[in-house]
Design a protein around this ligand. Structure first.
Ligand SMILES: O=P(O)(O)OC[C@H]1O[C@H](O)[C@H](O)[C@@H](O)[C@@H]1O
Length: 561
């Protein structure tokens, strides 16, 4: 197939030609047009998306939609849902949507309906989690397993952590969790092992090893370390009662010593960073919050999936989000995006979306392998508001332009209103949510400052240029259902961006080189430690640093087995 670059298309050129017109317009003026604002506000099952503070006009949106047509976005969505192998470099389908499809849906891959297999695993998790939660499944000494430690990294960690953090303060979920604990062990740093196991007893702990491949070095070393912790206290036979696994590689699970009857499968058509709705997230979350709550989370994601699959481009929320992302990152030249939830329970949203977005779209070539002459991907970061306001917002207001995603919740998980205070605590938080978006858009002019009597010498320091784009997402509540919606909106936004850029959002070759080099370093470190020799295998700097590091003999504080 001849490779064609989207940037050679007339639709792309029309957008480039349109940039000067947008550079003439200030958000202050654009926001005065109420019709424009109304047309940029969308709603889906109670969740509102407001794009009116983006640097776009009706013409921009039309041109972006033309670009989506030129890039065959609709066809690509259809191919994704049809189970075509759109992840060409790995020859895989991309079917995380099948993970949340209800039983009566048909989503095929290689002529096979995937939905029954998905529900078979869900049923297995339901039965297992209920047994553990009710105490029918006990540990080696007959005690119920009240604490769960999940071992996994990357996609086998960030999604479950995000959802867990969002649900742990939700009243119904908190009640369902009771005194149970869910912890995560991801980093191969032994400090993370110490933190994850601190205060836990092996006899009441269930370990869930989560790894798509079951070969990830960090996860395997952590799994072996925690297995030793269990064996040291309860003996070898305890492993079957205290360790279960989630993986696509059941052969390696079994070789590790885990009975595959206690393993929860998923499939190669689920990418790691899109796997939170598979057993990767469902197993730990069902253990903590009960299966019914996790079902509602899947339902929220599925409702957005259906909308993404069926809605026209013009009214399709993930498509619009994706187009705005492309417009900002590629055409307006804003390489970053800040994810700013005004909700402490969403504190792990940004780290999760970082992987979903940056591992997916951080590519330098098109799906046909041609170097992209235009920038792709976004640098994502974020913190909950109001914390971020007292940290990095200075740069966002007066330094570089960073498009912001503001996420607010209408009804808090925890309402407090002190007598005598003008507003409730949640209202106080949300006042900031509303104020920040307008502060960025409108800014503050020299004239306003002078009228306020600001001394001349300070005027330029206190001036805000404004015209800084943001979008607002308003969720009615933060429940398993809306967390599912939010997740799917971001997942599909990322896919749309990749579809437009013409890249493969579903592979991650960029993580390989470092892993391979680490193997070589490991070999040299082991040799040097065992033989007391100096490292000479690398460049001057690496040899120097390694020898400096190896000078000190490590004092091992703990050895198991
Ligand atoms: O689930 P695993 O096979 O252990 O993989 C964990 C992680 O490994 C790599 O870093 C990949 O880049 C990630 O996409 C993946 O999520």
């Amino acid at each position: 197939m001849a490779s064609s670059l989207i940037s050679d298309s007339a639709a792309w050129k029309a957008l480039e030609d349109h940039i000067p017109a947008i550079n003439q317009a200030h958000l202050r003026d654009l926001l005065a047009d109420e019709g424009r604002s109304a047309s940029l506000i969308k709603e889906l099952n109670g969740t509102v998306l407001d794009l009116s503070r983006q640097r776009v006009t009706k013409e921009t949106m039309d041109l972006l939609l033309n670009l989506a047509k030129e890039a065959n976005v609709k066809e690509k969505i259809t191919k994704m849902f049809a189970g075509e192998r759109i992840n060409k470099t790995e020859n895989r389908a991309v079917l995380h949507v099948a993970l949340r499809a209800p039983k009566d849906e048909v989503i095929t891959c290689d002529g096979q309906n995937t939905v029954p297999a998905v529900h078979e695993v869900l049923d297995k998790i339901k039965a297992f989690s209920e047994k553990v939660r009710t105490g029918e499944w006990v540990g080696a000494t007959g005690k119920p397993l009240t604490d769960v430690v999940c071992i996994g990294i990357g996609g086998s960690f960030l999604g479950p952590l995000f959802v867990h953090t969002a649900l742990q303060t939700e009243p119904k979920c908190a009640e369902a969790a009771g005194k149970r604990q869910l912890r995560f062990l991801s980093n191969v740093d032994p400090i993370d092992v110490a933190l994850a196991l601190d205060g836990l007893e092996p006899e009441t702990t269930l370990v869930v090893i989560v790894s798509k491949t079951f070969t990830t070095a960090e996860t395997m070393l952590n799994a072996k370390t925690v297995r030793s912790w269990i064996i040291a206290s309860l003996g070898k036979d305890a492993v079957a009662k205290h360790m279960v696994a989630v993986s696509t590689n059941l052969k390696l699970v079994s070789e590790f010593g885990i009975d595959t009857a206690n393993a929860f499968a998923f499939w190669d058509w689920v990418g790691g960073r899109f796997s939170v709705c598979s057993a990767v997230g469902v197993a730990p979350l069902a253990l903590q919050y009960g299966f019914e709550n996790v079902e509602k989370f899947l339902q929220g994601a599925w409702d957005v999936d259906k909308h993404f699959r069926d809605a026209s481009l013009e009214s399709n929320i993930p498509v619009l989000l994706g187009l705005i992302g492309v417009w900002n990152a590629t055409f307006l030249g804003y390489p970053s995006r800040a994810i700013l939830p005004y909700c402490q329970s969403l504190s792990k949203l940004a780290p999760h979306i970082q992987q979903v977005s940056m591992e997916s779209n951080g590519k330098g070539v098109t799906i046909e392998g041609v170097r992209t002459p235009y920038p792709t991907g976004q640098i994502d970061f974020g913190e909950p508001g109001t914390n971020g306001q007292h940290s990095f917002y200075q740069l966002i207001h007066q330094g570089r332009v960073i498009p912001c995603d503001f996420i607010g919740i209408i009804k808090s998980q925890h309402s407090v209103h002190l007598k005598g205070e003008m507003v409730s605590n949640h209202d106080e938080l949300m006042c900031n949510f509303f104020a920040q978006a307008d502060a960025l858009a409108y800014g503050k002019t020299k004239e306003q400052l002078l009228a306020e009597g600001v001394p001349e010498a300070l005027v330029s320091h206190k001036t805000f240029t404004g015209n800084r784009p943001s979008l607002s997402i308003l969720l009615p509540t933060l429940t398993p259902y809306t967390v599912g919606q939010l997740l799917a909106m971001y997942e599909h936004q990322v896919a749309v961006q990749g579809f437009v850029w013409g890249i493969n959002s579903f592979d991650q070759w960029g993580v390989e080189l470092g892993k391979v080099l680490a193997l070589k370093v490991r070999k040299e470190v082991s040799l040097a430690r065992n033989q007391g020799t100096k490292v000479t295998a690398f460049n001057y700097s690496t040899n120097f640093l390694l020898n400096q590091y190896l000078k000190e003999k490590e004092e091992v504080m703990k050895t198991f087995e």
